[in-house]
Design a binder for this molecule. Structure first.
Ligand SMILES: [Zn+2]
Length: 380
């Protein structure tokens, strides 16, 4: 038996390709209830250390379900299947992601930054080329391959359907930074047993001691702390957003009055949305959003479909987080979210505003408590 019609990879085709050792390794610890199942080989994709969006992309690439011209031509023979970027070959998945001049250029650029498998490994063109490539690579190389192919696909679509402004060099540094940031966030979110989520990663400025639980993001990242206040009798609410950099310095603060809000939860989701939009507006490539509302964080983080009255707001949040995968969301304890809380209280009183580089004067005292980097005295 060869692989299934839809491109799914069967255990038997794994044998045929000599992949069984890697398959066995990947299946370790799993139930053997499905001896004929494909779970092991699909772990190459679903357990790859890459953002979920990239796994979905890799899965589409591995199942030949990316929208390439050869597939379109198959359904609509009038469509020319030739690649419109290089004009050299039929555009199938392997051409678009590996053989096309554009994909080659990005791979070449990436080789200046990353170690990748030899070119010959990329050129093996079978129906299962991607699973084969992934199965013969270590987990860290596997992640790099998925990042690389994902960006190749983006670059291609940007030229064919977008403004064509994405460049090979910028793409290379983008994915290098993205992978680095994703890996560091992931490491920090695992406790020593690799289970529960811990507070976001942090880096102390050199020569400083930390007095509060609030932690600064790593260099190159921005962190938005958000909070909301809601009055059950008047249904008025306020939301607050404070964005700080890796040194704990305030980039901007925002507080907003909301004249009518149905619930405390609605106000919390609105605060998260505001924080997300601010990170996106500031073009923070690797942003962290922190809220002290556990339910809201869980729903947004796990992309759970919500059926409460706030569902449309959550859906908007999911959409933004899907579009901006490099933004992560974390739960922070209340005591470490003091400034965002203070800003939300300002909003709740009926005021709206924003400041850059500092906090509004009524919160100056809070700023010292919440964001307290204290320089250690220099040793003489
Ligand atoms: Zn091409």
């Amino acid at each position: 038996m060869v692989s299934r019609k839809n491109g799914l990879f069967s255990v038997r085709s794994a044998y045929r390709l000599g992949l069984q050792p890697s398959l066995d390794l990947l299946s370790e610890g799993q139930s053997s209830a499905e001896p004929g199942g494909d779970r092991g080989i699909w772990n190459l994709v679903w357990k790859a250390k890459v953002p979920q969006k990239l796994r979905v992309f890799a899965w589409k690439a591995a199942t030949s379900t990316l929208a390439v011209r050869s597939g379109l031509h198959h359904r609509m023979p009038k469509i020319d299947p030739t690649c419109i970027i290089c004009g050299l070959e039929v555009e199938d998945g392997h051409h678009a992601l590996i053989r096309c001049t554009l994909a080659r250029a990005l791979r070449e650029e990436m080789r200046k930054i990353w170690t990748l498998p030899p070119e010959s490994a990329f050129q093996i063109n079978s129906k299962e080329w991607l699973l084969h490539l992934l199965s013969t690579s270590s987990p860290s190389i596997r992640a790099k391959i998925i990042f690389l192919l994902w960006r190749s696909w983006h670059l291609r679509n940007n030229i064919v359907h977008g403004d064509g402004k994405a460049s090979v060099v910028a793409s290379a540094s983008f994915i290098a930074n993205y992978l680095e940031s994703f890996s560091s966030v992931n490491l920090a979110r695992l406790d020593p047993k690799g289970k529960a989520a811990a507070p976001c990663e942090h880096q102390l400025p050199e020569g400083s001691v930390r007095l509060s639980n609030w932690t600064a993001p790593t260099e190159g990242q921005l962190k938005a702390n958000v909070d909301a206040g809601w009055d059950v009798s008047t249904k008025k609410a306020g939301i607050g957003v404070i964005i700080r950099d890796h040194l704990g310095q305030v980039v901007e603060c925002e507080w907003k009055f909301i004249s009518r809000c149905a619930s405390a939860e609605e106000a919390e989701v609105l605060a998260c949305l505001q924080g997300l939009k601010s990170l996106i507006r500031l073009q923070a490539p690797y942003g962290i959003l922190e809220s002290d509302c556990l339910r809201t964080v869980k729903i947004l983080e796990c992309k759970v479909k919500d059926t409460s009255s706030c569902w449309s707001l959550y859906a908007e949040g999911h959409e933004l987080l899907n579009l901006y995968q490099s933004i992560s969301i974390c739960k922070v304890d209340r005591a470490s979210n003091g400034l965002a809380h203070g800003l939300a209280q300002l909003g709740k009183k009926g005021d709206s505003g924003s400041v850059r580089g500092s906090v509004p004067p009524p919160l100056a005292g809070l700023a010292e408590n919440d964001c307290n980097w204290v320089d250690e005295p220099l040793v003489a």
